[in-house]
Ligand binder design. Structure first.
Ligand SMILES: CC(C)(COP(=O)(O)OP(=O)(O)OC[C@H]1O[C@@H](n2cnc3c(N)ncnc32)[C@H](O)[C@@H]1OP(=O)(O)O)[C@@H](O)C(=O)NCCC(=O)NCCS
Length: 217
């Protein structure tokens, strides 16, 4: 299925109420907790160009936005929602990829993280290079954790002194990612070099054999 996914702007403010309703309905359906967002907060994210909104033939299909924590050291891609009519079509994955790319452009040095109980989101995050981590690896910004107050599981988080809850913490660390890809690059270069040596020695052998044949003729 094809969708239009764009960076949100002033022209999308009218969708803020519907987005909040979709988020609340999804939380109720799943019976899990959720950090509540107000339409004003969603509008602010749209105005700042820190959100992606998806449409199917002009109809609102999904949404996600960027939040920064610990003075920009951490970024969270929050509030991912896909309209029930379009779930399981790959749209969640596409929106998350789009907001991830926007986060990397805007905050290339930042660690990107999320906390979730959703298996679909865990799969999407893993594919983007996130790793599961303990909460101690995440931002210590009080404002982020205060967002959990409206979640019905907040008492668990408080009881465990913020060390764990029902959500799984996941983190994309750009430094570790670069190191990994550098290692992968090294590996690739080594394999290419070995292939080059093999071809080179094969060619040299062929030349030698041809030379011998010519001598014997
Ligand atoms: C979670 C949500 C955003 C996923 O979006 P989606 O468009 O339905 O997901 P996609 O079709 O892109 O699927 C992404 C991956 O998750 C898997 N998946 C989708 N729904 C799933 C489910 N209910 N259970 C387990 N895996 C699921 C898909 O198979 C796919 O995996 P793959 O990459 O291995 O093929 C959407 O279902 C939703 O809005 N749910 C309600 C709100 C919510 O839970 N938000 C997350 C809060 S943290």
């Amino acid at each position: 299925m094809n969708f239009e996914i764009v960076t949100a702007g002033e022209q999308h403010l009218k969708y803020a109420d519907d987005i909040c309703t979709l988020m609340e309905q999804a939380a109720q359906q799943r019976g899990t907790g959720i950090a509540k967002r107000s339409p004003e907060y969603i509008e602010q994210k749209m105005s700042e160009g820190k959100a992606k909104v998806a449409f199917k033939n002009g109809r609102l299909a999904g949404f996600c936005y960027i939040e920064t924590w610990s003075h920009g050291k951490y970024v969270a891609n929050s509030g991912l929602i896909v309209h029930p009519d379009f779930r399981g079509t790959g749209l969640g994955k596409k929106i998350k990829q789009a907001i991830f790319n926007l986060s990397r452009e805007k905050y290339p040095e930042a660690k990107i993280f999320g906390i979730t109980t959703s298996l679909a989101v865990m799969k999407i995050n893993s594919n983007l290079g996130y790793k599961p981590v303990t909460f101690s690896e995440l931002t210590t910004d009080e404002k982020f954790w205060a967002g959990c107050q409206s979640c019905k599981n907040f008492d668990i988080l408080t009881r465990t002194k913020r060390s764990h809850c029902l959500c799984t913490g996941m983190l994309f660390d750009p430094v570790k990612k670069e190191t990994t890809s550098k290692i992968q690059d090294k590996e690739l270069r080594w394999q290419r070099f070995k292939r080059f040596l093999m071809l080179h020695s094969l060619r040299a052998k062929r030349k030698m054999l041809n030379g011998l044949k010519k001598k014997n003729q």
